[in-house]
Design a protein around this ligand. Structure first.
Ligand code: NAD
Ligand code: MG
Length: 384
């Protein structure tokens, strides 16, 4: 029996993780559930799964959650510090990091410091602090099991390959809803259009990041830290069908790919059950139904956020942290109708020039960089 802490249990990844737990009650137990502000769903989940502890990050809902769960043997906490504490409980074997954005960094660090195995969905942690996270994982002998579908695919392609040298990673991208749009069309897309992803049903932030290819840029950085290849060795491949979830090319020219229907429960479950595979309900991939698969080069002119990610990792230091913070603020501003779709890349690029650069940041430096960048970006979006 694996005891799992699900951070961000009310989100897209969190709810799908609970579906995996639901399917294998003899294998997995949800020991900790945490949410940001969605108290109603957290309460519903706690009543169904009866975890050891729940945390609501937004303290305004503490009383509500306490009252609703008073009849059950569940400890209820509130606030960000509490999330960092519950992941360290002895009863937790594995921590699924499914909080969205920079907000997921502190609890991920706390889980590593307590030596917990990570099922990593919060890619922003590696984008912002890849070098520090790598060091901490080595120091505390923590394994990172990727949940992002592409990184799970790469991980599966590397199974049994030992030290065999990788020549390239082929990181697939659906291309999002605007793959065929011209620059003029891209200037005019609305948040409603951008929130309609063709293949995946995800949280709002990552859906917008998928439409701009910022998400693919983040995933390139994530792959860089997870698999120790140079950025030039990571080729983004636009693959609109989302059937090949990524591939690895070895030095002999062999390309190993992992395929499946787009269903996030698959990589989530594999991270939970690794190295074993368990059954999973739902439709399966049938090759005869596929007809054709397409693979194209990404267009950095129309999707400049991807180029910004290559620039940020080339510059190193706190630049990926600046990219992430400016990107998060712009992403939200676009959803609120404050800026246009192409402004996300334009403003992020400007802020990357403006924010203070630190070549070898500490964790504290990164928190300061995040705060400074958010302030600069906020001022750029709404100057008064
Ligand atoms: P989501 O917005 O659907 O859910 C986010 C969860 O985090 C919710 O439970 C929310 O309550 C909680 N949360 C938000 N802000 C918080 C805060 N400040 N403090 C504490 N909790 C907070 O997001 P999602 O789509 O599930 O994505 C979660 C993470 O997984 C992201 O890092 C994303 O990049 C990554 N990811 C998601 C998918 C996907 O299919 N959704 C795929 C790959 C990777
Ligand atoms: Mg992904």
């Amino acid at each position: 029996m694996k005891h799992i802490a699900i951070l961000g249990s009310t989100g897209s990844i969190g709810t799908q993780a609970l579906d995996v737990v639901r399917q294998h009650p003899d294998q997995f137990e949800a020991t900790v559930l945490t949410a940001g502000s969605n108290a109603d769903l957290l309460i519903k989940q706690a009543i169904e799964f009866v975890p050891n502890a729940v945390v609501i990050a937004n303290e305004a809902y503490y009383e509500t959650v306490c009252e609703a769960l008073a009849h059950l043997p569940i400890k209820v906490y509130a606030g960000d510090d509490a999330i960092c504490q519950v992941v360290q409980m002895d009863s937790v074997d594995l921590v699924l990091t499914a909080i969205v954005g920079f907000a997921g960094l502190r609890s991920t660090v706390a889980a590593i410091q307590a030596g917990k195995t990570l099922a990593l969905a919060n890619k922003e942690t590696l984008v912002v602090a890849g070098s520090i996270i790598r060091q901490l994982c080595q120091q505390h002998k923590v394994s990172v099991l990727p949940v992002d579908s592409e990184h799970s695919a790469i991980f599966q392609c590397l199974n049994g390959e030992g030290d065999n040298a990788i020549s390239r990673i082929l990181l697939t991208a659906s291309g999002g809803p605007f793959n065929r749009y011209t620059l003029e069309q891209l200037e005019r897309v609305t948040p409603q259009e951008a929130l309609r992803h063709p293949n995946w049903n995800m949280g709002a932030k990552i859906t917008i990041d998928s439409a701009t290819l910022m998400n693919k840029g983040f995933e390139m950085i994530e792959a860089y830290w997870l698999y120790q290849v140079q950025p030039e060795q990571i080729q983004v491949v636009v693959h609109p069908e989302s059937i090949v979830h990524s591939a690895v090319e070895f030095i002999d020219g062999t390309v190993m790919a992992q395929m499946g229907l787009p269903d996030m429960r698959l990589p989530i479950q594999y991270a939970f059950s690794y190295p074993r595979r368990l059954s999973l309900s739902g439709p399966k991939l049938h090759l005869f139904d596929l007809h054709t698969l397409h693979f194209e080069r990404p267009d950095m002119q129309r999707f400049p956020c991807l180029q910004l990610a290559y620039d940020a990792i080339a510059k190193g230091g706190n630049m990926p942290c600046i990219l992430n913070a400016a990107g998060e603020v712009c992403n939200q501003a676009f959803r609120q109708g404050l800026i246009g779709f192409m402004d996300i890349a334009r403003i992020t690029a400007q802020i990357m020039q403006q924010a203070s650069y630190i070549p070898s940041p500490t964790l504290d430096d990164l928190f300061a960089t995040d705060a400074e960048t958010r302030q600069l970006t906020g001022l750029r979006i709404a100057p008064f």
